[in-house]
Design a binder for this molecule. Structure first.
Ligand code: MLT
Ligand code: MN
Ligand code: ZN
Length: 298
């Protein structure tokens, strides 16, 4: 038995190409010149038979169809035990609506994220008789699937975009945005698809890790503004960027992480182009750029 992690979707919200986006990367993906990527999700298993999905993206139907390990094993039954959501963002919860077809599973999240889901009555479509809502406390290991345990920990972030008020705290540390520490067969992996800042606590937690899948939303903080696509920086969206002195590549230096993999890439991120200088720079620093369908073993 071994820990298996398969990237179901490597892109951030919107995917590559995003439906309404005419940016360079989206046009290249539409033409088939670079590989398209679906929205943020990871499948994990501790025994190769029983699976959990971390974040239910709007593309989950297509992602499951493309993943033989998740295909039905019986009439109306797939080998899916749990779905865990790391925040309430649309790209991480909208796929729950696709999973409403009487498949039993545990929907795992912190109390704070469950409150967000409960505030949206559309999620009652997940019949409570078959889908158990499981509240998970921070820092307490729990069984995510047979032979697979998980521990949730707080990561600096913010409330979902659709819950933002007049003022937004982008470095909130609590139950709204979490990372996942997975353990199976003596192996560990960390999954952190959204992170505003690599705090000293987080650095200590990740030091020496065998595998970290980490927020790769943007290459540079003002990339969307410079591309003429919006007014928000990465920081305002609750995401640290890859490059620069405050970036994740610099922040991971010296942490001794054996495998560092970027996930949740926004469609503007130049690393999505296999021949880009930015991709070469990330890879030279030891990072892997996640791709749909990529399987990574710790
Ligand atoms: C994010 O990762 O910042 C969110 O998914 C943005 C969104 O909800 O569109
Ligand atoms: Mn997102
Ligand atoms: Zn685009």
């Amino acid at each position: 038995m071994a820990l298996r992690a398969r990237i179901l979707g490597a892109a951030a919200g919107g995917g590559l190409p995003q439906w309404n986006c005419g940016c360079g990367n989206c046009n290249l993906a539409r033409r088939g010149a670079i590989p398209p990527q679906t929205q943020s999700s990871l499948a994990v298993s501790g025994n190769g038979t029983d699976w959990a999905i971390l974040n239910a993206s709007p593309d989950i139907r297509q992602q499951m169809a493309a993943t033989p390990d998740l295909h039905p094993t019986d009439l109306r039954r797939v080998p899916l035990c749990s779905v865990l959501v790391t925040n309430g963002d649309i790209d991480h919860v909208a796929g729950l609506l696709t999973l409403r077809e009487m498949q039993p599973f545990a929907l795992c999240a912190t109390a704070g994220i469950h409150d967000v889901l409960r505030a949206n009555p559309i999620f009652e479509a997940l019949n409570a008789e078959v889908v158990t809502r499981r509240t998970v406390a921070l820092e307490r290991p729990f069984d995510l699937a047979p032979d697979l345990t998980a521990t949730l920990f707080p990561v600096p972030g913010k409330v979902p975009l659709y819950m933002e008020g007049e003022t937004v705290e982008t470095g909130l540390v609590g139950e709204q945005t979490v990372g996942v520490h997975l353990r199976a067969a003596g192996q560990d992996a960390f999954y952190i698809p959204g992170c505003a800042h690599l705090s000293d606590d987080l650095r200590a937690r990740l030091r020496g890790a065998a595998l970290v899948l980490f927020d790769g939303t943007l290459w540079s903080d003002d990339e969307m503004i410079r591309a003429g696509l919006g007014r928000k920086t990465g920081k305002r969206m609750g995401h640290m960027s890859m490059s620069g002195p405050d970036g994740s590549i610099a922040a991971f230096e010296g942490l001794d992480v054996a495998q560092a993999v970027f996930v949740h890439m926004n469609n503007t991120n130049p690393v999505l182009r296999p021949d880009s200088a930015e991709r070469a720079q990330a890879e030279a620093a030891g990072w892997t750029i996640g791709q749909d369908g990529m399987e990574i073993a710790p």
